[in-house]
Ligand binder design. Structure first.
Ligand SMILES: Cc1ncc(COP(=O)(O)O)c(C=O)c1O
Length: 379
């Protein structure tokens, strides 16, 4: 018999703190660049150690905005992993670039530097590594390639808040970093994102594009006496009501991180013998990286085991899930005529990865229920 409730894969941690901030925001100006928006931008700048953070309506929009502000020229190529969410690739197309997909590497499930190097042409302008599961991609070799080949680096750090590589926060490693505050993420405001920039000139271009092509941000800072149309732009700015939620979430960041870390540690402890016996690999913990435990995944030995494992967990009321359909073989990837060869690791990982529930709202009993169900899932 199926259990009464399903443990969801993710769930945001909201309570009276977010409600109080929303009330406060509703008493003031609720559009973008308001008091909460500005406060959260300063808090994120301090946390990431970057020159400017611009809050956006989503990470999808932060990615588009990054490529536009960095001046991607029509037809220039951007290298993106095939194992990622659609937004990483859409951003390249929306900004007028040409999408080039590359395979991932085994340790981090991020862009494979060897494959990246093989796909660089004289039209390549940027690399767009994804920090899958909040685990930094192989940034040493990727940054070295970018420097040697004079390429920009835009990090898709949608899953990366709170995680770091060699002590440096994800999102602060390249020319631009894009974060997500979607409700599945470690910190959330429903839908939201941020663009982190190390360079003031790029930030100035980005704030104009974000504000419908106007210099409204400079006007709000008192730098010009009226604002007007100064460039092509769109509307990518976060409402102050959502920024108020994010402000409350930042207050709880350490608490949320500690709960997620505790769950991951318990999974690792309770599942390692089982994993060894079944030929399952537990979520990577590569050296030089502090994890934010955004995702805890298993890699089962073969595709049939993924189907079996997910079905068994579903029967037990555990909201486990696979992850991305590789972009190269997706319907739109095929329609774009993207190459179909050379993605063996992406295909293998997509067919064998299982994500377990992990979020700040799980009780200890929930965690034990997941462990019990996982141990029986491949029998
Ligand atoms: C790797 C990656 N990139 C981009 C996004 C898009 O983020 P958002 O929903 O904030 O637009 C996501 C969302 O899940 C993601 O996982």
């Amino acid at each position: 018999m199926a259990p009464a409730t399903t443990i969801p894969l993710s769930r945001p941690s909201y309570d009276e703190h977010e409600i109080a901030r929303i009330r406060e925001a509703l008493g003031g100006r609720t559009s973008g660049d308001g008091p909460f928006g500005q406060r959260v931008e300063r808090r994120l700048e301090a946390q990431l150690g970057v020159r400017r953070v611009l809050l956006t309506t989503s990470c999808t929009h932060a990615l588009e905005l990054a490529l536009m502000a960095l001046g991607l020229v029509d037809g220039q190529e951007v290298i993106v992993p095939s194992f990622t969410f659609v937004s990483t690739a859409n951003a390249v197309l929306r900004a007028g670039g040409r999408l080039v997909l590359a395979d991932i590497e085994e340790e981090t499930l991020g862009l494979d530097p060897v494959d990246v190097e093989a796909r660089i042409t004289d039209r390549t302008a940027a690399l767009l590594p994804v920090h899958y599961a909040g685990i930094a991609a192989q940034m040493g070799p990727l940054l070295e390639i970018a420097q040697r080949r004079n390429l920009r680096v835009v990090e898709d750090a949608a899953q990366g808040i709170g995680a770091s590589w060699r002590g440096l926060p994800l999102g602060a490693l390249g020319d631009a970093g894009c974060l997500s505050f979607h409700d599945t993420k470690n910190l959330s405001c429903g839908e939201g994102g941020a663009l982190a920039l190390r360079d003031e000139a790029t930030a100035r271009r980005a704030e104009i594009i974000r504000e419908k092509g106007t210099n409204r941000s400079a006007f709000l800072r008192g730098e010009v006496d009226k604002y007007t149309w100064v460039a092509e732009g769109s509307s990518y700015i976060m409402s102050d009501v959502l920024a108020a939620i994010l402000d409350a979430q930042l207050d709880k960041q350490a608490e949320i991180a500690s709960r997620r870390g505790g769950i991951a540690a318990r999974y690792r402890d309770a599942l390692s013998d089982w994993a060894r016996t079944e030929g399952v690999r537990l979520c990577a913990e590569p050296k030089d990286r502090a994890l934010n435990h955004h995702i805890f995944y298993l890699r089962v030995p073969e595709p049939a085991a993924q189907v079996r494992c997910l079905a068994a967990l579903k029967r037990q009321g555990v909201g486990a899930a696979f992850h991305y359909v590789p972009l190269h073989s997706s319907p739109f990837g095929r329609a774009l005529g993207l190459p179909q060869e050379g993605f063996s690791r992406t295909e293998r990982v997509a067919a064998t990865l299982v994500r377990l529930p992990i979020h700040g709202e799980m009780s200890d009993a929930d965690v034990e229920r997941v462990i019990h169900a996982v141990r029986a899932s491949l029998a």
